[in-house]
Ligand binder design. Sequence first.
Ligand SMILES: O=C(O)CCC(=O)C(=O)O
Ligand SMILES: [Fe+2]
Length: 320
Amino acid sequence: MLASKTSIQLPVFDVSKPLTPSCLSSLSSACEEWGFFHIINHGISKELYNKLHFLSYQLFDLPYEQKLKAGPSSNIKTYTPHFIASPFFESIRVSGPDFFASAQSSAEVLLNQPKSEFSEVLREYGLKMRTLSNKIIEMLLMCLREDFEKKFEPEFTNSEGYLRINNYSPPEIIEKDVEGLGMHTDMSCITIVYQDAIGGLQVRSKEGKWMDIDPCEETLVVNIGDLMQAWSNGKLRSSEHRVVLKEQRNRFSLAFFWCFEDNKVVFAPDEVVGEKGLRGYRPFLCGDYMKFRENSEKGKFEKVGFTVKDFAGSLVAKSK
Ligand SMILES: O=C(O)CCC(=O)C(=O)O
Ligand SMILES: [Fe+2]
């Protein structure tokens, strides 16, 4: 089959401009159908991205033993080594609200640098991502209904984000569909992804077919996560996606996860459900869902089997 046949053309939204009614309706269809769309004019310059790419590889290129100083058995646990998510994936986590301090804890342990350029760059990237996340939430609320932006924005004001800096190293022989990151849904409200020119991100269609999301210069990918799917009563779709490795080169990506605070009760408001709608999810504490995903082997971000439907979607399951 031709590669182009499995690519999807997602709509592209200019986040520096107000959305026209026709943009809102195309955003709403994209979120319902795919749970993925593209954005441009997002404020992340090529220069900032290149700097972050360069500085991240200073860490990924360190010897394995050195990286484990920030690994799962260390105090800071910011580094996920190979063979947890997949044999070909490693990642560094930087958490908000103080992205500088979080990045600095990794830089200190890994590079022995009391004040690193890595942390400075992450402060900037983190702050830009926070602004962008708020903007995207605003757009999504508007696409559910125009007056929802004002009405429901307060539900999202205590949200916070974390970034995963991902390095994919392909095996020596690449067979078809080698997964750098297996099928999963994101736990977040929304995720903002910067993928490099190699590509490999795929979304699963409702019919279960894998579709390529081709990389595009200056464009970020946004996807809906489980928290938003539950909050919107399934109107915004949290789709299964994965990363396949296609080239004999390392693949680099930045995935920013914007999430409700741990003690937030996630519950679709009546207006969102609609008068005739059936509520598909029981109310749950955001932190409990995070724990469910982290603690159950099948539900882990890395090895996914369980999603928010399994956790809180009892009504949906019964009515099926
Ligand atoms: O690397 C990518 O392009 C996407 C990564 C991803 O889906 C994730 O980290 O949840
Ligand atoms: Fe993901």
